[in-house]
Design a protein around this ligand. Structure first.
Ligand code: OAD
Length: 250
């Protein structure tokens, strides 16, 4: 794979880089994306599962669906794309801004991560907001009750109609605005407000590099679109960085 020389130049002078990621980066770990032929929202109705009213109406059904997704995530491993991003921390100030709830960036070793849509490993009580990490809560097929107040415990993920965690969004937006390069990887970039982040980066002068298997809504704004699988393209970018650092030490 030959990369465009303008991109290689940007890469050689960049200090801060951001990876704005979506479900596509975890596809090669065996986790389904949301849209497209095999996407989750093609088979399931978001209003019945990823929605607060649905949870209050039928907590066990929603809990069980998240249990199923947790099982998939726990069996999955970070792939070459997640690992390349973590390894790029040796060469750049890297921030990951992810829409994914699967925790795979952290498991791959990335340190600075903003999670825009929450994390499937965390849960909290809808009444008193006590947080429960996964090992602290008994995982059954019915929604657990809070040990403090008896309220229902829900996954700490953003559902349709809910606000994004403010600190995660503003932290991710700032990192994107300050970045020299903003990589947009494996996302259809159609879900807002998350999808504002690469646009904010662009407006602030960052160089936008999209990595996706097909064109998206963001392609028209990207400075460079690389069409290919994240698990193949990102390790090649890492190799470029490694060889250029070896050729020009310091
Ligand atoms: P989507 O399912 O909308 O998009 C996945 C993108 O990944 C598509 O553009 C695919 O072309 C691309 N893709 C698939 N496999 C790939 C691979 N191996 N390498 C690179 N790209 C690949 O997922 P998101 O954009 O993440 O929100 O969806 C955004 C939000 O919509 C999710 O966070 C979720 C969902 O509703 C909430 O749950 C709040």
């Amino acid at each position: 794979m030959q990369f465009k020389s303008e991109f290689l130049q940007k890469l050689s002078s960049a200090k801060k880089i951001v990876f704005f990621t979506g479900a596509g980066i975890s596809a090669e770990s065996g986790i389904s994306t949301f849209r497209g032929k095999d996407g989750i929202w093609n088979k399931m109705k978001p209003e019945e599962l990823a929605n607060f009213d649905a949870f209050m109406r039928n907590p066990d059904l929603v809990w069980e669906w998240y249990q199923h997704r947790r099982d998939i995530v726990h069996k999955a491993q970070p792939n070459a794309g997640h690992i390349a991003i973590a390894e790029l921390e040796k060469y750049f100030d890297v921030t990951v801004v992810t829409q994914n709830i699967d925790n795979l960036h952290r498991r791959a070793g990335s340190k600075k991560i903003f999670e825009l849509h929450g994390n499937i490993e965390r849960n909290y009580c809808v009444e008193c907001h006590t947080f429960y990490n996964l090992p602290d809560i008994e995982l059954t097929h019915s929604a657990p009750k809070c040990k403090n107040c008896g309220g229902l415990v829900r996954p700490d993920v953003v559902w349709f109609g809910e606000m994004l965690p403010e600190d995660q969004f503003s932290g991710g937006e700032k990192a994107a605005e300050w970045s020299d390069i903003c990589f947009v990887v494996g996302t259809s970039a159609v879900v807002y407000p998350a999808a504002y982040i690469p646009l904010a980066a662009k407006r602030a002068g960052s160089y936008i590099v999209e990595v996706n298997i097909e064109p998206t809504d963001l392609t028209q704004f990207a400075d460079y679109s690389i069409f290919g699988k994240a698990g193949e393209v990102l390790p090649k970018i890492l190799n470029e960085v490694k060889s250029s650092k070896i050729q020009s030490p310091g």
